[in-house]
Design a protein around this ligand. Structure first.
Ligand code: ZN
Length: 383
């Protein structure tokens, strides 16, 4: 269960949130921002606890309201998040409790329901955990329609209702437009909280109508103790540095064994820079992305960005700020023969573009990576 004590860091956002809950300030939806795993889900649920708690908005954890939120089955706590549509041909179940089981158009297979329940179970055990699905997910239009219908009715138990929409940037095409009115004018009895780690893709109207509360990067020591509580100790330095202040990302990096992935990708990058052979690099990339896994490729874009970042900052002598500090000496050797800072800045742009064509435009991993290195090649001698 999420409690105040379990929120890692966030002193300033917690003060703002405390004021909102105490003064009962509503009439404006709240947008929690920050990178994946930083604690947006934990904070949103924390707010729902407090808003609906029967004991003076403490989020006591003991009253019947708090207890039913902890099982995610409070009738006035409406929680929505992106999920994958698996076996769409066998539509049977509604997956959220606010969807009317008779009239709802949002029906999904048993496999989809299993994934939704797994998400809830994992988030209930650890709200910082980044839950991955086997297929890309979204928040479908039909679910948003059910949500709007539910919000238009009176709360079921008391006088208040908490609505949490996670990763609103993953609403299906058209769904965000439908939801806009709820964000613009939330009902008096409802606290509407939305979260996003990609605010740059949100509708400007949605951004301008919300009260934004950015979550802060969590300190090294807090992430360290978080990982240790999960039974991970010893060599967690790389994961914490890699996470840029996100506990969930540090845990995921550990579970995905990112050191091993980093070592293999680093070998390709180092050889590309040192030996200056495009042909060898293309062959290595073809081998690496023969049977790519979506999640692993997303990790690779992230790892590559951090490798290039380290090479870049070494050009300015910022050795202590390295993320890949465990291979410091190797990076230093490579950085000496790496392209100029101007060329590296162009590489960052090329990397961002390649990541987008893979993630958004569904270009295959091998083509995205090979195309990116060909562009790196063209830019390497520029100053
Ligand atoms: Zn309570």
């Amino acid at each position: 269960m999420v409690t105040v004590k379990k929120i890692l860091g966030q002193t300033k956002p917690l003060k703002t949130i405390d004021r909102i809950i105490r003064l009962g300030k509503r009439g404006q939806a709240i947008l929690l921002t920050g990178c994946p795993g930083i604690g947006k889900f934990a904070m949103a649920v924390h707010m729902a606890y407090r808003f609906l708690c029967q004991d003076d908005n403490k989020g006591c954890g003991k009253c019947s309201s708090c207890r039913s939120i902890s099982n995610f089955n409070h009738p006035d706590f409406l929680l929505v998040f992106p999920f994958p549509n698996i076996s769409p041909e066998s539509k049977r179940n509604t997956v959220f409790h606010f969807s009317d089981s008779v009239s709802s158009g949002a029906r999904y297979s048993n496999e989809t329901l299993d994934e939704v329940n797994r998400f809830l179970a994992e988030k209930s055990a650890d709200p910082y955990r980044i839950v991955s699905f086997s297929k890309k997910g979204n928040i479908p239009v039909e679910v948003v329609k059910d949500l709007i219908r539910a919000i238009s009715k009176r709360p079921m138990l008391g006088e208040r209702r908490a609505v949490v929409v996670c990763d609103i940037d993953q609403m299906a095409f058209g769904a965000a437009d439908l939801f806009l009115k709820t964000v613009e004018e939330p009902p008096e009895d409802s606290l509407v909280i939305i979260t996003s780690s990609k605010t740059h893709v949100l509708l400007p109207t949605l951004l301008s109508r919300t009260l934004k509360i950015p979550l802060n990067p969590v300190s090294y020591d807090l992430i360290k103790s978080y990982l240790e509580k999960q039974g991970i100790d010893g060599s967690h330095d790389f994961y914490i540095r890699f996470s840029s202040g996100s506990p969930g990302l540090a845990l995921k990096a550990y579970e995905d064994d990112l050191v091993e992935r980093r070592d293999k990708l680093w070998k390709i990058v180092a050889e590309f820079i040192e030996k200056q052979s495009l042909t060898n690099t293309i062959e290595a990339l073809q081998r690496r992305y023969q049977k790519p896994d979506y999640d692993a490729v997303r990790n690779d874009f992230n790892i590559l960005e951090k490798i290039l970042r380290d090479i870049y900052i070494l050009k300015f002598g910022l050795e202590k700020k390295l993320i890949n500090i465990d291979i410091k000496d190797r990076i230093k050797t490579v950085a000496r023969v790496a392209p100029s800072t101007g060329a590296l800045r162009r590489w960052f742009k090329i990397l961002a573009k390649a990541s987008r064509v893979h993630g958004v435009n569904n270009v295959s991993a091998d083509i995205a990576f090979i195309g990116m290195f060909i562009e790196f090649w063209r830019m390497k001698d520029l100053h």
